[in-house]
Design a protein around this ligand. Structure first.
Ligand SMILES: [Zn+2]
Length: 219
């Protein structure tokens, strides 16, 4: 995906979705992105990639979405050894590369559980984000909308979930996307977010985990 000149960006925001891919919720998120002509980034669980869901990933990639790494089995990795960490991350990175022809550029640790070993063992920038507890079924679509909109600012990474059957998040997006477009935000991928601001993202070795690409202090 070719990016425009960095000077041409105004306020930017990256929508990100965790815990897919699947054939129930992910396609509905993609339908909405397509409707509004915007892109997002997906952080995949390797074990969720199968023959059917891989087709959904290919569709997302063809739409200009970014495909990133959210481990293989989605366990807290803060007590994992280097070998366990590498097995988790490499499995998913290889599968993503096989599926879309390009390896992931970013890593999001499951549950944002980190350790020095994890930071040192994954050679990708770490991404967190501003969430809305949308993995929790009891959080209504309206609460999801309110929590996302209250945290929006230039350069922010919004963290949502396209886990199976998470239709309240799809419902929330039907309000969030047009509202942010009307506020003048441009939706970009995580790579493009950093690019638009002229920032080279730091890797885990520097102990950075980003919720906003403009952050200047480490973890
Ligand atoms: Zn997750």
């Amino acid at each position: 995906m070719a990016f425009k000149d960095p000077k041409e960006y105004g306020k930017v925001i990256a929508l990100t979705f965790d815990d897919g891919p699947n054939v129930t919720c992910t396609p509905k998120v993609l339908d909405l992105l397509e409707k509004y002509g915007i892109r997002a980034s997906f952080f995949l669980i390797g074990d969720n990639i199968d023959e059917q869901s891989a087709e959904v990933v290919k569709r997302a990639y063809a739409m200009g979405c970014e495909i990133n790494n959210h481990s293989r089995s989605h366990q807290p990795m803060d007590s994992f050894t280097t070998r366990q960490i590498k097995a988790e991350v490499e499995y998913t990175s290889k599968l993503i590369e096989q599926t879309v022809g390009e390896p992931p550029r970013f890593f999001r640790p499951p549950f944002i559980a980190v350790s020095d070993t994890l930071f040192d063992s994954v050679d990708l920038p770490f991404i967190s984000g501003k969430g809305c507890e949308d993995w929790e079924e009891s959080v209504s679509a309206q609460e999801r909308i309110d929590r996302v909109l209250s945290q929006v600012e230039d350069g922010v990474i919004i963290l949502m979930h396209d886990q199976k059957f998470n239709f309240k998040t799809v419902e929330a997006l039907e309000t969030i996307i047009p509202e942010l477009l009307s506020r003048g935000y441009e939706f970009v991928t995580v790579s493009e977010l950093f690019y638009a601001k002229g920032i080279t993202p730091r890797t885990g070795k520097d102990r950075f985990i980003y919720s906003n690409c403009l952050q200047t202090t480490n973890w």
